[in-house]
Write a protein that binds this ligand. Structure first.
Ligand SMILES: [Zn+2]
Length: 369
């Protein structure tokens, strides 16, 4: 069992600026560092180092993505505009709250390239790989950036897996607390890429992510949305995996599992209300690794997405990465506090009902449900 981690010190240089939570608010309220901060990434890198991952994993310096690799997913106009905004010293990538600085275009190319480096590592013999990066990708539409995301890293990896490595079927499983709207839209009519997103019910974007969005045309059935009501915690997530996500993946039989690895479903995250613990993320990782082992020769590529608690997100990523690397998972230092939280222990009836409703809705498309 081998693991690669892709990391460049350049990911520490992007400045998202200052904000009141995430919107620039001038006046009336004292601002703070933007939630999409450097610290959430550098602290994760440092935790991986101090936890001993560097002793067993291959640490890879990522390459930049080539523009033609980005153009498999995004329009030429979007790529050009991102370059222009960066060259002008900064601005917005799309949607009004996706800040860019003068480094953002190069950094977005490096992010996509880091995800591609992880794919190349897995294609050339590593079992699993995690791309520790910023800018995130899963909200980015074909035509624009959105929700802190510039280029859709997971979609770019999925296209490369299909076109460069000739895989017939790949799956993107998005565990970020928010809907993977960009990835869904890009592959909505494409049956060769299964897109699965678990996210907080009616969170962000509010208008997307419904269970009735199952794909269209040849892709009808190959888009799966699992809405978790707030407060679901580990029990709701792991039940959704066991009853919906894992059966669907085993039936689809992807030759590569790509994970949009956001950890903003965590108990301490300011951007969602889901209550998942580091142990819960390890549980999801173990299930995804089992699926990859059973149907994809163990090939799993994990790509960093959201996760905004500078203290707790690194612990969640560590647990996820240790698990996909087949390593012993460090104990969560918040274990005693977590043991007192009901959402972490028991599946509430309304969460079980929500999962059951999702399973029933998807059953016409999947014999295993
Ligand atoms: Zn998110």
């Amino acid at each position: 069992m081998t693991l690669a981690v892709c990391w460049s010190e350049q990911f520490a240089i992007h400045d998202s600026g200052r904000a009141g939570l995430y919107l620039p608010v001038g006046g009336l309220i004292e601002d703070d560092v933007h939630v999409d901060s450097t610290a959430r990434i550098t602290r994760t890198r440092n935790l991986l180092r101090t936890s001993g991952i560097d002793d067993t994993a291959t640490i890879l310096e990522p390459r930049k993505a080539r523009v033609e690799e980005i153009l498999r997913v995004h329009s030429e106009e979007h790529v050009q505009r991102m370059q222009e905004v960066s060259n002008a010293g900064g601005g917005d990538a799309g949607g009004g709250y996706t800040p860019m600085d003068e480094h953002s275009y190069d950094l977005a190319l490096l992010s996509a390239g880091s995800a591609l480096t992880a794919l190349e590592a897995v294609a050339s013999g590593e079992n699993t790989a995690h791309a520790l990066l910023r800018r995130s990708g899963h909200h980015a539409w074909r035509e624009s950036g959105y929700g802190f995301c510039v280029f859709n890293n997971c979609a770019i990896v999925a296209r490369a897996a299909r076109e460069d490595f000739r895989l017939e079927r790949v799956a993107v499983v998005d565990i970020d607390a928010h809907h993977g709207n960009g990835t869904e839209a890009i592959f909505y009519d494409d049956p060769t890429v299964l897109t699965v997103s678990l996210h907080q019910d009616r969170s962000f974007p509010v208008e997307t992510g419904g269970v009735d969005r199952v794909g269209e045309g040849d892709g009808e059935g190959t888009n799966v949305n699992v809405n978790i009501p707030a407060g679901g915690g580990d029990p709701a997530y792991l039940e959704a995996f066991d009853r919906i996500v894992v059966p669907v993946l085993l039936e689809y039989r992807p030759q590569l599992v790509i994970v949009a690895c956001g950890v903003d479903a965590s108990l301490f995250d300011p951007m969602a209300r889901l209550g998942v613990t580091a142990t819960g993320f390890a549980g999801m990782a173990a299930r995804l690794l089992d699926v990859a082992t059973e149907v994809a020769d163990g090939r799993l590529v994990s790509v960093q997405e959201g996760g905004y608690s500078p203290v707790y997100s690194p612990l969640c990523w560590l647990a996820f990465i240790e698990t996909i690397g087949g390593l012993e998972v460090h104990a969560d230092p918040f274990e005693d506090f977590i043991a007192e939280q009901p959402t972490c222990r028991e599946l509430a009836p309304w969460h079980a009902q929500a999962n059951e409703a999702t399973r029933k809705h998807l059953a016409p498309y999947w014999a295993s449900l």
